[in-house]
Design a protein around this ligand. Structure first.
Ligand SMILES: Nc1ncnc2c1ncn2[C@@H]1O[C@H](COP(=O)(O)OP(=O)(O)OP(=O)(O)O)[C@@H](O)[C@H]1O
Ligand SMILES: [Mg+2]
Length: 296
């Protein structure tokens, strides 16, 4: 058994032991700045208002937007847990409605430097996290990096955020194309749901989805789902300035109504689909493997 196989074994064993696992939703996009963090936070609020324990995992280790949007700055991040002996209590910052927030920090970039024991420890900890939460929302960085693709592949539910800008649509297609080229991507296990953000009308969003899903279906044989639209709403930016999510600061806005409607769709699907649960740990194991390979 090589190292990677051993790690996969550990993950499998953990999966078998823990039948209670969080619903993991990965929010991603091809192009940056299209609303991933805004959507992650506001969906977190929707889940929390149903009484669920929610954790947002900020896997975007560039600009830490979630922390700015929530006004909650974590002292420590995932890397501190792996390398400096910090516990989840130290690295989870609480935002509104008791939503937990974890910053990936430099943890993801430093995976290549991890020892076997550190990876095992991380896998164990992530499993623990999955028992703590009902829902984990992973806010990935923008762009098509290997780590983003790993998060997407190991997630059963992916929200792909697209806006009507031509570059956003082509970048969404490019992301799906790269995903499709990955051997680890399983179309049956990962459902990709489109949110059309910053549209002027429902029809504009639906058309955007129809066009994208048609080409994706034809050329990549991936079947996208339509999760809904979020209109262009100036309250969204105002909310960011106030470091308060729109669904808390402007409860009657069109933006908030859109999030409520998306949440209804997500609830309906959870019932209908019997969402199979993959864990977060798998993504890290694969990223670790990739990082090792690159470093030779
Ligand atoms: N529906 C909307 N209406 C108006 N403004 C919006 C909407 N969605 C997002 N925005 C604004 O767009 C900007 C970028 O949003 P956000 O930070 O959520 O994107 P992101 O995809 O997380 O960006 P990054 O790729 O940099 O992480 C923010 O100023 C946000 O307020
Ligand atoms: Mg962001």
């Amino acid at each position: 058994m090589d190292q990677a196989e051993k790690l996969r074994d550990i993950v499998k064993q953990h999966n078998a032991i823990n039948d209670r696992q969080a619903r993991i939703i990965t929010v991603t996009s091809g192009k940056g700045g299209v609303g991933k963090s805004s959507i992650s936070i506001n969906l977190a609020i929707q889940f929390a208002s149903q009484g669920k324990k929610v954790i947002i995992f900020d896997a975007d280790f560039g600009l830490a937007n979630i922390e700015v949007m929530l006004g909650a700055i974590p002292k420590f991040n995932l890397a501190d847990m792996i390398f400096n002996g910090k516990e989840f209590e130290d690295i989870i910052v609480k935002g509104p409605m008791d939503i937990g927030f974890i910053s990936g920090g430099s943890g993801i970039n430093r995976l290549a430097n991890m020892s076997k024991d550190q990876v095992t420890f991380l896998v164990y900890k992530l499993k623990e996290l999955e028992k703590l939460a009902d829902v984990i929302i992973v806010d990935t960085g923008a762009g098509i990096s290997d780590s983003v693709l790993e998060f997407v592949m190991t997630s059963n539910e992916v929200i792909l955020v697209t806006t009507p800008e031509p570059t956003s649509i082509t970048d969404s297609y490019a992301l799906l194309k790269s995903l499709n080229a990955k051997s680890g991507f399983n179309k049956e296990e990962t459902t990709i749901k489109i949110v059309a953000n910053r549209v002027d009308s429902f029809d504009e969003g639906k058309n955007l989805y129809d066009k994208l899903s048609l080409v994706v279906d034809k050329f990549l044989n991936i079947h996208l789902k339509f999760l809904g639209i979020i209109p262009n709403d100036a309250n969204m930016q105002k909310a960011v300035m106030q470091q308060k999510p729109i669904t808390i600061a402007y409860t009657n806005s069109v933006g908030t109504k859109a999030f409520e409607s998306i949440m209804q769709t997500l609830d309906g699907e959870a019932e209908a689909e019997e969402i199979k649960k993959k864990g977060l740990a798998g993504a890290f194991v694969k990223m670790f493997k990739n990082a090792r390979r690159k470093n030779g």
